[in-house]
Design a protein around this ligand. Sequence first.
Ligand SMILES: C[S@@+](CC[C@H](N)C(=O)[O-])C[C@H]1O[C@@H](n2cnc3c(N)ncnc32)[C@H](O)[C@@H]1O
Length: 212
Amino acid sequence: MKNQELAFTSNEGDNWFIRNKSKIKENSAEISLLCNWLMPYQNQIDTILEIGSGPGNKLAQICWQLNAMGWGVEPSKKAVDFANKNYNKNCKFTLATADNLSFINITFDLVHFGFCLYLVSRNKLNTVIEQADKLVKPGKFLSIIDFDPRTSFENDYIHFEGLKSYKTNYYKMFCDLGNYSLINKFSFSEKSFCFSKKEDDRICLSLLYKEN
Ligand SMILES: C[S@@+](CC[C@H](N)C(=O)[O-])C[C@H]1O[C@@H](n2cnc3c(N)ncnc32)[C@H](O)[C@@H]1O
């Protein structure tokens, strides 16, 4: 089994960015939905952390829609450079992986994982969840966009031999910590903005509240 974090830090993060650069959108429907859910609490959301922020467009959209400041962490240098160049009005971006965030010494009103947890090494997942939990202020929010299978399974990650895509219900792992409540969930797929009957295609956006 390959170290997924090392692979993304050394070249697969940059390769993901290069493959997806032409598809970067300033406005995506799932991020708008997340912001609509959070709109009643907009005046309580000033600081947002995205873990695995890629090119930064999603964090920039959340910050723009909620009028907040953002910090993105991401292992790809190319993506971080792009994000710092293009979305620096109210966001900043730093090189890091999700298992290594102890350098962040502030807490946030919203922590967002956008398609990142499925790439985390299984032996690092508990650390990642514990660290993310510490970065969410009590009484504030955590959101996740990731695969939404009925049962957990793994696929080969097609772009890099030896890496895996781990599909499981990540929001449940936070709820299992005991201090999070699921307050919204929307199921969709890459192909259409509605629930997919095909298990392998299922994605969901989930919004959790960290109890005070
Ligand atoms: C599918 S992309 C999603 C990018 C962006 N969050 C979005 O929603 O469009 C996954 C991103 O997570 C990054 N990534 C992979 N492993 C990571 C890890 N262990 N910690 C943080 N980010 C990671 C990749 O480099 C890539 O930019």
